[in-house]
Design a binder for this molecule. Structure first.
Ligand SMILES: [Zn+2]
Ligand SMILES: [Zn+2]
Length: 345
């Protein structure tokens, strides 16, 4: 008989308050291919994009592609079993998985090291393979080693929030003294501030949430601006205190925020969008660039772990038992989570 494991399962899409995930016993994942490893999950971060998936906000763009699913796509744990052909890991190693569970490794994107753009990629947390459970299997090429000294609660948020922030900052072409606006300071934003600071940038943090702005301040943002008073207020504050920005990065999924970010930069400036939605106020003659970004590659992930380790990146996280997933998702929805919540099975 197949062994079982506990999991928080999503069977239909809907509001988290009325359509909670259900604690269920599902078949434990087993190693099926010789290049797979079996990870006993120690921590899984709770990402905002997962909340959108659960509530059906992103049905139009095919997320999640199937039901039921086990959500959760930033996972860290201990390797408890390895396939016959695994060479990169041994039992007892700590490893993590980004939302990119697998890609074809054959297409142009995969060959160029942009495997996160692969048309046939599989996403962690969008099938029964997700992080809100006890075990997960993955091919060794899609797992990243986590140093023993790094706690799983610290490391897990690096695997989606961290890599997303890192790549978005890289896309904003950071350099010393550049003025970079970060719109949306949650799990991802609070790490983006730090990556931009490491590059020597002046960071201006914009958020609706005063708690998040306080986190931004603590992490070294040179200015914080509330979005609560609306777009005009933000643009005026910028004009009066800072001047137009060199680049802006948008993590908040609201069209008005994107529009503000576009207007906040100087001519020839750059806006990096790490979210979806409409783009308005884009005027060709201002020679601005709008660039999209999505998670990051396996090489980016290695880089994130290295930087986190060497530069003592701060991960602001709060830890909850797996069974509290619904409560945590509700708190995330109402902005009661300071930056990132982590579930521990
Ligand atoms: Zn995520
Ligand atoms: Zn591919």
């Amino acid at each position: 008989m197949t062994e079982k494991m506990k999991a928080m399962v999503l069977s239909k899409l809907g509001k988290i308050e009325t359509n909670p995930l259900k604690l269920t016993q599902i078949d434990k994942h087993e190693i099926k291919r010789d290049n797979e490893i079996l990870i006993k999950i120690e921590a899984c971060g709770v990402c905002h994009s997962q909340l959108h998936g659960i509530e059906g906000d992103w049905q139009d763009i095919g997320i999640p592609p199937t039901l039921p699913t086990v959500p959760g796509h930033e996972v860290v744990g201990k390797i408890v079993e390895i396939g016959k052909k695994v060479t990169k890991f041994k039992v007892g190693d700590r490893a993590g998985i980004t939302p990119l569970l697998e890609s074809c490794m054959n297409c142009q994107y995969c060959k160029e090291g942009k495997e996160y753009l692969c048309e046939s990629m599989e996403v962690l947390g969008e099938s029964l393979k997700g992080g809100y459970t006890e075990y997960i299997t993955v091919t060794e090429d899609f797992a990243t080693k986590v140093p023993e000294s790094m706690s799983p609660e610290y490391a897990a948020p690096l695997f989606c929030a961290g890599i997303t922030a890192y790549k978005a900052v890289k896309a904003s072409e950071p350099s010393k003294n550049k003025k970079i606006g970060i719109f949306g300071i949650g799990g991802v934003g609070h790490m983006a501030i730090q990556f931009a600071k490491i590059e020597g940038c002046n960071v201006i943090a914009v958020s609706r949430n005063i708690k998040h702005l306080q986190v931004a301040k603590n992490l070294g943002a040179s200015e914080i601006i509330t979005f609560n008073e609306g777009q005009e207020f933000v643009l005026n504050e910028l004009k009066n205190k800072i001047g137009l920005l060199d680049a802006s990065i948008v993590f908040a999924p609201a069209d008005i925020v994107t529009s503000t970010a576009i207007q906040s930069i100087k001519k020839g400036g750059l806006v990096v969008l790490a979210t979806i939605g409409e783009i308005s106020n884009f005027i060709a003659f201002e020679e601005k660039t709008i660039r999209g970004t999505l998670i990051g590659s396996r090489n980016d992930m290695k880089e994130v772990i290295k930087i986190a380790d060497e530069k003592n990146l701060k991960v602001v996280s709060e830890v909850y038992p797996l069974e509290k997933a619904n409560e945590v998702l509700s708190k995330l929805k109402t902005s009661e989570i300071e930056a990132r919540a982590v579930l521990v099975p």
